[in-house]
Design a binder for this molecule. Structure first.
Ligand code: CDP
Ligand code: MG
Length: 745
């Protein structure tokens, strides 16, 4: 129990103290140690424990980390300019001491695996060192990030450090947003964007160095990049490859890259007290909010970082925090709330890095993005509810959804470590770390692979089963991807990419969506379809739903776009067209409870999609009066997402025995149910919900996808489930082609 843990803590603390002493402690360290001890006493002894909400934390363990660098971060002086400060700050980073050694290793090794504590300066510094060493004379330095926000914010930081305008020498490229120019020599980009660049520039000739950063994240795109750049290195002896990771998977990376050299950058970390909640409570969000206040009321100043699963949780937490501040009569100047998640508007993203004004405390509400991708200075406390959202895919059914899942032990460690970067920290865990799995399964083993398989095929990689995956995806996933691409017409019966497939690849969206876009040509409604596609790609809802008393007004406003109850796709089209008629007015958005930011983004995306259509030779044609044509074009891409109403009011996917339900956010929710629907995507919360749905006619299924649906699928009697599915899978020639290929191998 508590005593044991305290003992463990003391032992660990002693150990930490001793080692530090061996290396000679600075005064500041000693002071920090003292402060940490003081805090421990206050938290550790029962009678003095201040528990504002009647729930308590117990000590978990204390990891003893030792300062390995003698430099200390100095107090920031207000008088220095940003650029001056930038230069000096750069030298303060742990990586600075290893600059020359690192450059030498890059020179000598074509492939280098770099491991370093998060925040040590890998992402922001290495590209600058390489530029200083002259690598940019031979070509660009590309650095990939799994997350768009990271790509943007790191690029902007580096531009700032170099004193250049973002988009000039330093730029970034993320889907639907290219902030680079002719001048750009340091280019940050999402891993997905580099994959797309490979389609245009297979040998990446314009690059001298590729850094695959945050490799430990193991996103599908990063994993595919591994295979492609490894191969590319053989053809381009001059190209340098750096695989950079925050965790100790280095060995695995090294082995994969033919025993590449590993370089560890010793980090700087302070002890982190890890506390966990004795009796975890079911309402994670509420507990997290209460913990923030507990910290605020009982702990010394220092910023708080709270890990939440997504935008929705972050917004709820923000509201709750504000309400509670009012209830407690706190001054709002005491707590500065800073949300950070991928869809947060750019100008607000930068705010999270601003230091809190004197005497106040910054509370950062972040998604997984703050785990390793982004380092926010000044964090002393971490509140970790222990969950994140991951992609989950069932290759048997082809169902894909975002799932809230417990994080891994490795993630828990990373999260805790965020509090101990510039001084001793504390991590409040709302769970017991013993209940966690050691590591997360790589995304490639739990994701829909249709999009990457199409990319690979377009790159001329025919045999996807034999692709050099670091971890192999399940064969069923690859097969399912091939089958879908075949059904969409992107691959032919031999598994080779078709003309249609090549046209689809041009669009940086999922195959079903790109098929919908390309397919619209046939129905002469490409203008409407690119609008719908853009509106579906903004990443956040266009409908604004205020809290409480104004909600019915917003809901009423929204129903104006559902006049004929055709569905959500059509409503999105109407919203866009009405906005356009009003000259893209923000005032109009405001009056109609529409998010003008999402609309501007949709307009931007639409322009790009229209440009790509032009590129593949499709004129924008409008067929606004023929809604059936629009629906058919949607179905041309999304026919696998057809659902039929059941007697009990639920829906069943036509070709799979899955039950699915209308999402409450749909304009058709609570309306008299339509018999046949096509949906855009599934979201799994308590049930599998269909998001963005539109009514359709069953006969269209056989008309549009005769190879996929047979008449009996749309007949009134229900097909026998398992049997009919089995006979179908043999109907697909893809299975045969690929099994033959395998037999040959
Ligand atoms: O990549 P790694 O985790 O090793 O570190 P980094 O991202 O290069 O961060 C180095 C330093 O830059 C940290 O002190 C960050 O706080 C700072 N940084 C920042 O202030 N703003 C950003 N947008 C990115 C990094
Ligand atoms: Mg980094």
């Amino acid at each position: 129990g508590g005593v044991d843990q305290k003992k463990r803590f003391d032992v660990a603390r002693q150990r930490c103290g001793e080692t530090t002493r061996e290396r000679g402690r600075t005064e500041k360290e000693a002071w920090e140690d003292h402060q940490a001890k003081k805090a421990r006493v206050r938290f550790g002894s029962k009678d003095k424990k201040q528990v504002c909400d009647g729930f308590e934390f117990v000590f978990d363990e204390v990891a003893s980390f030792v300062e390995t660098s003698s430099e200390m971060e100095t107090e920031k002086e207000e008088s220095r300019t940003v650029a001056e400060r930038g230069k000096e700050d750069r030298k303060m980073l742990p990586i600075y001491a290893y600059r020359d050694e690192l450059l030498k290793l890059v020179e000598e090794n074509q492939v280098l695996v770099i491991v370093g504590e998060t925040g040590s300066g890998k992402t922001t510094q290495i590209p600058q060192y390489l530029q200083e060493a002259g690598y940019t004379k031979r070509g660009k330095i590309g650095c990939t990030q799994p997350r768009r926000v990271a790509a943007m914010s790191v690029a902007s930081r580096v531009a700032q450090e170099l004193g250049v305008k973002l988009g000039h020498e330093v730029g970034y490229s993320i889907r639907f947003e290219d902030c680079t120019s002719e001048k750009t020599v340091i280019k940050y980009m999402t891993d997905g964007m580099l994959l797309r660049e490979l389609l245009i520039e297979p040998k990446l000739d314009s690059y001298s160095v590729i850094i695959v950063d945050e490799a430990h994240e193991r996103t599908v795109s990063t994993d595919i990049l591994f295979g492609l750049v490894k191969d590319l290195a053989k053809f381009r002896p001059d190209l340098r490859l750096i695989i950079s990771s925050a965790t100790l998977e280095a060995k695995k990376f090294s082995e994969y890259f033919d025993s590449a050299r590993i370089y560890m950058i010793p980090g700087r970390r302070y002890p982190v007290e890890k506390l966990f909640q004795k009796c975890p409570e079911p309402d994670r969000l509420e507990t997290a909010v209460r913990t923030v206040f507990q910290i605020h009321q009982t702990e010394p100043l220092g910023d708080v970082l709270v890990f939440l699963t997504g935008q929705e949780e972050i917004e709820t937490a923000e509201t709750k925090l504000k309400e509670r501040m009012n209830d407690l009569g706190s001054k709002s100047s005491e707590i500065i709330i800073c949300p950070i998640y991928s869809n947060l508007p750019t100008e607000l993203q930068a705010k999270v890095f601003d230091p809190a004004p004197k005497g106040s405390r910054k509370v950062v509400l972040a998604t997984n993005i703050a785990e390793t991708s982004l380092t926010i200075d000044g964090i002393r406390y971490v509140v970790d509810p222990g969950y994140c959202k991951i992609n989950s895919y069932n290759p048997k059914t082809g169902m894909e959804s975002l799932l809230e899942t417990p994080i891994s032990k490795a993630s828990a460690e990373q999260r805790a470590g965020r509090s101990g970067r510039t001084g001793p920290g504390k991590c409040f865990r709302l769970y017991n770390v013993k209940d966690l799995e050691a590591t997360t399964i790589p995304e490639v083993q739990r994701a829909n692979l249709a999009s990457v398989v199409l990319t690979l095929k377009s790159l001329g990689i025919d045999d996807v089963f034999n692709f050099d995956f670091m971890d192999h995806p399940p064969e069923s996933s690859l097969l399912k991807a091939l089958e879908l691409l075949y059904a969409l017409g992107a691959l032919d019966g031999k598994g080779e990419i078709t003309k249609l497939g090549e046209r689809m690849v041009e669009f940086p969206v999922d195959p079903m969506l790109s098929k919908m876009i390309v397919g619209s040509e046939k129905y002469k409604c490409s203008a409407e379809i690119v609008t719908i596609a853009a509106m579906l790609s903004t990443g956040s809802s266009v409908f604004y739903r205020p809290s409480r008393n104004q909600q019915y007004l917003a809901d009423n406003a929204r129903m104006n776009f559902y006049t004929d109850k055709a569905g959500d796709h059509i409503a999105l089209l109407r919203v866009y067209n009405s906005w356009k008629e009003m000259n893209y007015s923000s005032q109009w958005c405001y009056e109609n409870y529409i998010q003008s930011k999402s609309m501007r983004r949709a307009r931007d995306i639409r322009e790009q999609l229209a440009g790509l259509l032009k590129k593949i030779g499709v004129e924008l044609t409008s067929n606004a009066d023929d809604l059936d044509a629009v629906k058919k074009a949607i179905l041309a891409g999304f026919f696998p997402h057809a659902a039929k109403l059941q007697k009990d009011g639920s829906y069943r996917r036509v070709r799979e025995p899955q039950m699915v339900y209308v999402h409450p956010s749909s304009g058709l929710f609570g309306e008299s149910p339509k018999k046949w629907l096509v949906y855009h995507e599934l979201v799994l919360t308590t049930k599998e919900y269909m998001r963005h749905i539109t009514e359709m006619k069953p006969e269209w299924l056989v008309e549009i996808a005769p190879h996929y649906y047979k008449l009996k699928d749309i007949e009134e009697t229900q097909p026998k489930k398992t049997q009919s599915r089995r006979s179908r899978s043999t109907r697909s020639p893809m299975a045969k082609v690929e099994t033959n290929k395998k037999a040959k191998r």
